[in-house]
Design a protein around this ligand. Structure first.
Ligand code: FES
Length: 586
């Protein structure tokens, strides 16, 4: 399946006056500063013919040897460059912070806003007329979008693409999801060393992002639905020849976007954001998308609330039967027609008039996109679920809300009442969870606190608390787990996440004690801590707030300015757009 680049709109010769380009302010004038700019480019080996009168296209590359999901980016950057040259642009590659999910500690989420800030400033301070944003691994996607929206410079996203499906013995494996599954089997004593090593050797089959509907693929699909990448981009596997062609097409399109001055403010609207939310729900997407979408909308000045997710969830069916909520993997989704085909089954729910980076509407892009396999992309009359796969709960334990990926939970547990087993922090949980004497049963509600944006810090993916080993050996594979943490998009289970306010910000989660009764009812959208008001007040008076502000550096900036989960965890001073297109030139 080839995605075809769409012809740009309104791209006439008259509109190609170099004086209209932003970079002209660096290279065009006959003055001392411009002389310096031109002469130094010549010192780097470029001639007038390379750059004069041409749009400068920044290739913002999140490549690093320590980001295994982006290991093919050096080749893709060359292919983007080829497209830019073909279309008459001047390509400049600019490395930006790489957020590789697997190797960064404590969590890449701590650094999402740092990358967003870097992208905004890199775009603002350089002679860049348009940008190709190369990302994929989870947090790189929202960070690149947040930064380019705030800078408001024409930008197009190129996703890394999902890995190929992994094969082990006669099993098809999905990264992340199957790691958790087989780790539980290993703890239960059902998997030998050789089999465990065999899985380690094959589960990451190629370059690219996790091949389940984890956060990376969820964000890539959302980005495409919001109009920020070429149609068909999100599902194209990382190592296919089509992915190379996609890179070149993206480069070509970036040049046209520069001439058209097609900025995020011109194509991103409240309708685009709703399209992103609906898409996330329809594919059974990652809970992390909620936090990222709120932050992205905030950069546009749009107040996206948790309630909006719930409203849209009520009317959005899950059509993508993709793990961890379903049966298939991203490669199957691509072969089944990919995101355009899925969206074409939901045109009545989408804002099809929303403009895209292709210069045409979303409706025009997906019109005619065909589903090849009804098992992977379900028909409307046979959905995976008639309503969205993620629900927002509220109650006295989460006054500002929390989320659960109901589609990836044990349906028996979606209404549950049980005694709390509280862990004060992650190390305490890790030390105790496999203790054979742990006082826990399958009905217990495992609670982890001090794991949120401030408390952890950084809002790590600790929310899929492990099932205690003694219960695994009894055959238990899911329990109700509650935390102020996130969980990986590849995770699953009855995990209530993003409790807001978090415990470190004096949320009620800080006051729960082991043995307190907790009730969740996903259908009723409630979470309730059974405690009388006097007792809660007594505990609050005795509670001492933890000191969560590091003494220096980025961590200190983060702790002073990060917002809570229901507000997107952006920095309070970064919400909205930059008032200036660029620093003044002297
Ligand atoms: Fe990079 Fe999953 S670890 S996308």
């Amino acid at each position: 399946m080839d995605s075809k680049p769409t012809s740009p709109a309104g791209n006439t010769n008259e509109s190609r006056d170099p004086a209209r380009l932003r970079s002209h302010r660096w290279f065009g004038p006959d003055d001392l500063r411009s002389f310096g700019h031109r002469s130094r480019l010549k010192g780097a080996g470029f001639d007038d013919a390379d750059f004069q009168g041409k749009p400068v296209i920044g290739i913002l590359n999140t490549w690093s040897d320590l980001n295994t999901c982006h290991s093919h980016f050096p080749q893709r950057a060359d292919e983007v460059r080829r497209g830019i040259l073909q279309a008459g642009g001047f390509p400049v590659e600019v490395p930006v912070l790489s957020l590789g999910e697997m190797l960064m500690k404590p969590t890449t989420m701590l650094y999402r806003n740092l990358l967003a800030m870097e992208v905004e400033e890199v775009l603002r301070c350089h002679p860049i007329d348009a940008a190709v944003l190369m990302g994929g691994c989870d947090k790189t996607v929202p960070a690149l979008l947040m930064g380019s929206i705030s800078a408001d410079i024409p930008s197009i996203f190129l996703p890394a693409g999902p890995m190929l499906k992994a094969r082990w013995k006669d099993q098809t494996l999905g990264s992340g999801s199957d790691v958790w599954k087989y780790w539980d089997e290993r703890l239960a004593g059902n998997l030998c060393d050789a089999d465990w090593k065999g899985i380690e050797n094959c589960i990451a089959r190629s370059a690219g992002t996790c091949m389940t509907m984890g956060t990376a693929s969820t964000m890539a699909c959302i980005t495409e639905a919001m109009g920020f990448s070429l149609s068909g981009a999100a599902c194209t596997p990382s190592v296919l020849s089509q992915h190379s062609r996609l890179a070149t097409q993206t480069g070509r399109r970036a040049v046209d976007m520069a001439w058209e001055d097609l900025r995020p403010s011109k194509f991103m609207t409240a309708g685009s954001i709703d399209n992103g939310v609906i898409t996330s729900l329809s594919i059974g997407g990652s809970t992390n998308a909620i936090v990222h979408l709120i932050a992205i909308a905030g950069r546009l000045g749009i107040d996206l609330t948790m309630d909006r997710f719930d409203q849209l969830s009520d009317r959005t069916p899950v059509l993508g039967d993709i793990r961890p909520g379903g049966r298939y993997l991203m490669e199957d989704f691509y072969d089944a027609g990919g995101l355009p085909a899925l969206l074409n089954r939901m045109t009545d729910l989408l804002d099809t008039d929303a403009l895209t980076v292709s210069g045409v509407t979303l409706g025009q892009l997906i019109s005619g996109a065909e589903v090849i396999d009804d098992e992977v992309i379900r028909p409307r009359d046979n959905p995976v679920s008639p309503v969205g796969g993620t629900c927002v709960l509220r109650g006295n334990l989460a006054p500002s809300g929390c989320v659960i990926k109901s589609i990836a939970a044990d349906k028996r547990l979606l209404k549950h009442r049980g005694p709390a087993l509280v862990f004060d922090n992650y190390p305490a949980m890790k030390a105790a969870i496999n203790d054979p004497d742990l006082d826990v049963s399958a009905d217990s509600v495992l609670i982890l606190r001090n794991a949120g944006p401030l408390g952890a810090p950084g809002f790590p993916e600790w929310g899929m608390l492990p099932i205690p080993q003694k219960l695994l050996r009894q055959g238990v594979r899911d329990m109700v787990r509650i935390s102020d943490a996130r969980m990986s998009g590849t995770s699953y289970g009855t995990c209530v996440l993003h409790i807001a306010p978090e415990s470190a910000a004096s949320g009620p989660l800080a006051l729960v004690q082991t043995g307190d009764m907790i009730a969740i009812d996903v259908e009723a959208r409630t979470i309730h801590w059974e405690v009388d008001d006097d007792e809660a007040e007594r505990r609050r008076s005795a509670w001492v707030a933890p000191d969560v502000t590091p003494p220096r550096g980025y961590g200190r900036l983060y702790a002073k300015h990060v917002t809570q989960a229901d507000q997107g965890c952006d920095f309070d001073f970064l919400v909205g757009r930059s008032p200036d297109a660029e620093p003044s030139i002297h």
